[in-house]
Design a protein around this ligand. Structure first.
Ligand SMILES: [Zn+2]
Length: 91
C-alpha cells in the first residue's frame, strides 16, 4: 500500500512501470514525478485548467503522461465549476 497512488486509468496506463522519461526541453532522461518523494508545488503550477511544469521533473511528467490532453482539460474545467479544481494545496 505504501507504493500505491490513486490515478485515472489514462495516466496509469501512460506511466506503466516507467520511472524516467525524456525531458522535452533538454532531451535528457529525467525522473518522473514521484508523489511520495517530490513536492507537487515545487514542480508544477496550474494555469487555470492547464498544468505548467516549472522543473525538468514537472515538464517531463506532463509530457510523458500527456497531462494537458484535451480530455484532462475538459475534466478540469468541469471540476472548476464545482469548485474542485485546482485541488486543495496545489498552487
Ligand atoms: Zn489522469
Amino acid at each position: 500500500m505504501d507504493n500505491l497512488a490513486l490515478a485515472c486509468i489514462h495516466c496509469s496506463l501512460r506511466k506503466g512501470a516507467r520511472q524516467n522519461a525524456r525531458d522535452p526541453q533538454s532531451g535528457r532522461t529525467v525522473r518522473l514525478f514521484h508523489p511520495r518523494e517530490h513536492s507537487w508545488n515545487h514542480h508544477f503550477r496550474w494555469m487555470t485548467c492547464r498544468l505548467n511544469g516549472i522543473t525538468a521533473i514537472g515538464r517531463t511528467t506532463i509530457e510523458a503522461l500527456n497531462l494537458n490532453s484535451s480530455e484532462h482539460q475538459v475534466i478540469r474545467a468541469f471540476e472548476k465549476k464545482l469548485r474542485r479544481h485546482p485541488p486543495p494545496g496545489h498552487l
